[in-house]
Design a protein around this ligand. Structure first.
Ligand code: GAL
Length: 650
């Protein structure tokens, strides 16, 4: 199913009916509206104008489109900010109050903000909760994009103090837990505690960890309340949110997703590639400039699906050049179709394009739409028409559980931000490299939260479980899968101290080893990791370990243990090159009975039920790695440039 993001408030009402008819004719069936329209919904305090929105929904519904309504809390209007200037957040880096004039100018600790958000959500939910055309809701929009999780306002400080008092009970318990005797940081009461910003040099890691945790909890509480209001007034309607993935915002996305029916993701492959691949040389980057990196969409789709374990939506799909990266190229012909098919391969239920018509005004006027500002069809239009026709011919089976699970841990992300120790240690890059190695083996991967049930998986990977909870340890103990745990796991207690008896702390229940010390290296000054008769690279982060009773299966250049195994569980004590990961994972797949299909270059695979999808991100045709006699539903044995093939394998 396909959809589109539409802003009726941006266009003369006379255009709505023809827009809706053209959407339907293109094969679109969903339309998302309303996420930035607060100033039109409530032009003055307490004076609502919903007549235009009633008519817009009627026009869209009459054309056969299903409406996804949004709460407009990403863009509170000027009158609200003037009434309550304390709603504005304070930038922790500069100490300056962030101003009105774009979006996300709100502080999650401001009581005035929480009351205003509650009110508009309730008014909207009551008005449209049972509207027959409104089939579901999106909460807010990309919560905490533009770095807005943290605020250094007085309200945030007060909220932090209250949260600390609740967590620690007494100030002496907090002083002891944080080690505040160090540098005379001891407090006499919770009221003495400031936010960990603006100090001369680094603040206590425990202090920062607590601030990250409490700030994430404040956003989750804000969101939970919006969901509860919608549930009360919109019976039978789904509720979703379009997440910023990879814990990039510092919010615990698993907690944020908990009350939702499913998670959504906004897919901008070229904008993201421009930022994420900025360190590549021109030669390395050019092949992906108009396609995005072949693993990048997949990893984010898989993570989004993993937030609820249910089919996800792509709520916004890039249809042409965007406006917000450093460079904004045009997608290669075929890529809008390919990215959309890839989302379906990874378990999407709906792909919805952003946006219907390019706006000739304001901040995003250089951002492509499906239509140009003059309403003529833009470049992606024929690809979407083709996609809609293809989707009409193919029944997509349910997404099946992958053989491999990867555990993602927001606390590892927080720890990485707080105590990097070596500039080369980056949690997101670590996840990406382990995922990339699995994709090179043609494997499907599910992302799960620490502590999630691991039954059914044959291989479980935990690239970093920074401070594992008892539930996370139990889940690893209960699985029959082979397990690989990466460096820095169990490295800290909840208060960011070194655990009694050294790392890996509670993971010693599975791995009776001790981490004796850590060194971090420049990426261009690596060491060796010898495994199974070959020399690989150990780099950036290297631990010296006492293997205890574990068997040593990999060594550093001096013969010291770098990779050990105890029963089903492996501990990799260093960051490595991709070749070591491929060798290790392919050996473990053979042992676990997981079939692999190694792929190289620009080809990637993904299964959904009995269907195998093969995506060619490259500019030259490649053979489809389909078995003899495979029945092709789309494409054939040679996959063209920026094209795909689908065959049945069951
Ligand atoms: C998204 C956002 C949209 C729009 C889009 C532009 O992140 O949700 O509102 O700004 O980016 O690419």
């Amino acid at each position: 199913m396909l959809g589109v993001c539409y802003y009726p408030e941006h266009w003369p009402e006379e255009l709505w009916a023809s827009d809706a008819a053209r959407m339907h004719a293109l094969g679109l069936r969903m339309v998302r509206i309303g996420e930035f329209a607060w100033s039109r919904m409530e032009p003055d305090p307490g004076r609502y104008d919903f007549l235009w929105l009633d008519r817009a929904i009627d026009v869209l519904g009459a054309a056969g489109l299903k409406v996804v309504m949004c709460t407009p809390t990403a863009t509170p209007p000027k009158w609200l900010i003037d009434q309550h200037p304390e709603i504005l957040p304070v930038d922790p880096a500069t100490g300056r109050t962030r101003g009105f004039g774009s979006r996300r100018h709100t502080d999650f600790s401001s009581q005035a903000w929480l009351a205003a958000a509650r009110n508009i959500t309730e008014v909207l939910a009551k008005r449209y909760g049972e509207n027959p055309h409104v089939v579901g809701w999106q909460t807010d929009n990309e919560l905490c994009c533009h770095d807005t999780t943290l605020s250094a306002s007085p309200a945030a400080r007060d909220g932090f103090r209250a949260w600390l008092a609740e967590q620690y009970g007494t100030i002496s318990a907090l002083n002891a837990a944080w080690g505040n005797v160090f540098w005379s940081m001891e407090y006499r009461s919770f009221d003495e505690i400031e936010l960990p910003v603006g100090a001369v040099t680094e603040t206590s890691p425990a202090h920062r960890m607590a601030w990250f945790r409490s700030s994430s909890a404040a956003v989750v509480a804000f969101h939970d309340e919006a969901v509860a209001i919608l549930r009360a007034h919109a019976p039978g309607r789904f509720i979703t949110h379009n997440f910023i993935p990879m814990h990039e915002t510092g919010i615990d996305n698993h907690a944020l997703a908990a009350p939702l029916d499913f998670a959504s993701y906004d897919n901008y492959p070229l904008g993201r590639a421009d930022l994420a691949l900025a360190a590549m040389t021109a030669e390395q980057f050019r092949p992906w400039m108009r396609t995005g990196h072949p693993d990048f969409q997949a990893v984010l789709f898989d993570q989004t699906r993993g937030l609820t374990g249910r089919p996800f939506w792509v709520m916004e799909q890039q249809p042409g050049p965007v406006n917000w990266a450093s460079h904004n190229p045009r997608p290669a012909p075929g890529m809008v179709r390919l990215w959309s098919w890839e989302a379906f391969a990874h378990g999407a239920a709906v792909v919805s394009f952003f946006r219907w018509r390019q706006a000739p005004f304001a901040q995003e006027q250089m951002h492509a739409g499906l239509l140009r500002p003059d309403s003529t069809e833009a470049e992606a239009w024929p690809e979407i028409a083709q996609l809609a026709a293809e989707l009409g011919d193919i029944t997509l089976p349910e997404t099946t559980q992958a053989p491999v699970a990867m555990i993602v841990d927001v606390e590892a992300q927080w720890l990485c931000a707080i105590e990097r120790q070596g500039a080369g240690y980056d949690y997101t890059a670590l996840l990406w490299s382990w995922y990339g190695a699995l994709r090179q083996l043609g494997l499907d991967v599910d992302f799960v939260a620490p502590g999630a049930d691991l039954s059914g998986y044959k291989l479980v990977l935990a690239p970093c479980l920074a401070m594992p909870t008892p539930a996370a340890v139990e889940a690893l103990r209960d699985t029959d899968a082979l397990v690989v745990i990466g460096p820095r796991s169990g490295a800290k207690t909840r208060d960011v101290t070194i655990p009694d008896g050294l790392a890996p702390g509670p993971l010693k229940a599975l791995l009776p080893i001790r981490v004796l010390s850590v060194e971090t290296l420049r990426p261009d000054c690596p060491g060796v990791l010898a495994y199974d008769g070959a020399d690989y690279v150990s780099t950036r982060w290297r631990e010296s370990i006492d293997p205890g009773e574990a068997a040593v299966i990999g060594q550093y250049e001096d013969g010291a243990p770098a990779l050990v195994r105890h029963g089903r569980v492996h501990y990799l004590a260093a960051l490595t090159d991709d070749a070591l990961l491929s060798a290790l994972f392919s050996d473990l797949c053979a042992e676990a009975g997981i079939a692999v299909t190694p792929v190289t270059g620009a080809l990637r695979l993904r299964r959904r039920g009995a269907l195998t999808f093969a995506f060619n991100y490259g500019a030259a045709p490649v053979p489809a790695p389909a078995p003899d006699g495979a029945a092709f539903l789309l494409g054939g044995p040679a996959i063209g440039a920026h094209d795909l093939a689908i065959w049945t394998h069951g």
